[in-house]
Design a protein around this ligand. Sequence first.
Ligand code: PRP
Ligand code: MN
Ligand code: MG
Length: 206
Amino acid sequence: ASVISENVREVLLTAEQIKDRIAELARDIERDYEGRKPLLIGVLKGAVMVVSDLARELQIDLEMDWMAVSSYGSGTVSSGVVRILKDLDTDLSGRDVLIVEDIIDSGLTLSWLKQNLESRGAASVQICTLLRKPERLKVDVPVRYIGFDVPNEFVVGYGLDHDERYRNLSDVVVLKPSAFGGSDDEISGPVEPARKVVTPGLGDDN
Ligand code: PRP
Ligand code: MN
Ligand code: MG
């Protein structure tokens, strides 16, 4: 077995489940953005796979741009203060912006980013994320399109990394504790399943 599969505790979402859910999200987005040519903004690097698959699924006119940001603060403690490492090439005046993320954890990155993009004169700023970890949310940031809520486990794959590894996996998987410096004796029960989050109707938050 490869080093990668030795480190996998469980497959949380298969490539097929991800593909199907992205197609559903694309139908929601097409319905909301028909005729508006949204600007999809992918947050590097984790969102690369989601943007790539979502954009090809969307049967509407759109543009894509990319940002790279980094949270200030030491180690795993996110402060909510964000530094722009790579900015957009696109003028946001009057644009309908859709930020695309792989996962919302504390929500601090997105909360900052949404305000930052709104301050540039965008007509609207909405968020699409494949995954959300409800147990870890620290700030209330309105997210219009959510693929799945996932348990508070170390998830990687499909763009998500641990120390830059595993981004190339087609599935989203839960790592064994031993893969990130823990002991596999800590494993208590089965991994909670991922749960699909239904997109609310327009008007609730637009
Ligand atoms: C991860 C993830 C989100 C962010 C979420 O990115 O891809 O962008 O953290 O965390 P938050 O909700 O607590 O702000 P990371 O900073 O690891 O960079 P990467 O995308 O290059 O892996
Ligand atoms: Mn990221
Ligand atoms: Mg990361």
